[in-house]
Design a protein around this ligand. Structure first.
Ligand SMILES: NC(=O)c1ccc[n+]([C@@H]2O[C@H](COP(=O)([O-])OP(=O)(O)OC[C@H]3O[C@@H](n4cnc5c(N)ncnc54)[C@H](OP(=O)(O)O)[C@@H]3O)[C@@H](O)[C@H]2O)c1
Length: 262
């Protein structure tokens, strides 16, 4: 029994991708448009969004900074005034490697603003409308993209990891609450945490192997079609397996320290 109403056909569905000027969000926009969805792309870089809208008939560009709470509210009002939304997917994120002995609190808080607070701005503004759409007989869906860095502590992820952990917890909590009221909830935990996008540049030629954003996007479409909560991405790595909570904390830390050579 799927946890969400499966989305197998996209023709005519209205989807809003937040964080869609590059990477996974842009790959999703391409694939969902090709599947017949009416795609709305949001991020800060307006020129890229407008190029997408021009080259993808029926799609729409809506520039947005997710850290601006009022701007998110305004964007939601504008979109739901036009027509109901069937899928809202939060792909916005920033990553800057940071360690405890090289702390930049402002940069840490900025990453949290985009990864977590922006998601809360969006969730708070859009959920009442998704619930209303569900009461009207539609099957709306809210999806979050997070990282394996939120499952376990990982080196260099002092700024990034805690927000990702909160994002995963938010998605799990929403999965308990919203589907019984007709709104699907899903979570893509990007494994092994290293899809080759601007997010992870420069891409060193080291393991784990790089995946392409198109692979992440097509795995997400497959997960939505199955009605899954966790949109499991297809590739496997030692990092992905070890990051599971089944590995004990001492075992996990010992494995990471061996990898790091200390
Ligand atoms: N790539 C990976 O290996 C990897 C691993 C784990 C998790 N993830 C997660 O996957 C998601 C997408 O990452 P990606 O790899 O596709 O990275 P990406 O190509 O850098 O995309 C990030 C997107 O977020 C947008 N964004 C950043 N700040 C924003 C803001 N203040 N307001 C609105 N949009 C903003 C960016 O657009 P603008 O700059 O135009 O605003 C861009 O469209 C993120 O949540 C990330 O945590 C990625």
């Amino acid at each position: 029994m799927p946890l969400n109403t499966p989305i197998e056909r996209w023709y005519g569905l209205r989807v809003w991708l937040v964080g869609a000027s590059s990477g996974v969000g842009l790959a999703l926009a391409e694939q969902l448009h090709a599947a017949g969805a009416q795609v709305i792309v949001s991020a800060r870089r307006q020129a890229i969004l407008e190029d997408f809208a021009k080259s993808h008939p029926g799609s729409q560009a809506l520039s947005l900074d997710v850290t601006d709470r009022q701007a998110v509210i305004n964007a939601v009002m504008q979109l739901v005034d036009e027509a109901p939304l069937d899928l809202v997917c939060y792909c916005a994120g920033q990553h800057q490697t940071m360690q405890a002995d090289d702390l930049d609190l402002n940069a840490l808080l900025q990453q949290r603003e985009v990864a977590l607070i922006g998601a809360l701005h969006l969730f708070a503004a859009v959920t009442p409308h998704l619930l209303a759409a569900a009461r009207a007989g539609r099957h709306p869906h809210l999806s979050l993209v997070a990282s394996v860095a939120g499952l376990r502590g990982l080196p260099g992820n002092l700024a990034y990891g805690p927000s990702q952990a909160a994002l995963i917890n938010l998605a799990e909590t929403l999965q308990l609450e919203l589907p019984p009221q007709g709104v699907g909830v899903s979570l893509a935990v990007v494994k092994p945490g290293l899809v080759a996008t601007p997010f992870t540049e420069p891409h060193p030629g080291t393991q784990p192997p790089w995946a392409q954003p198109e692979q992440a996007a097509s795995a997400m479409l497959q997960g939505w079609a199955r009605g899954s909560f966790q949109l499991a991405l297809p590739w496997r790595s030692k990092l992905g397996r070890r990051s599971g909570q089944a590995t004990s904390a001492p075992g996990f830390f010992a494995w990471l320290r061996r990898l790091q050579g200390n």
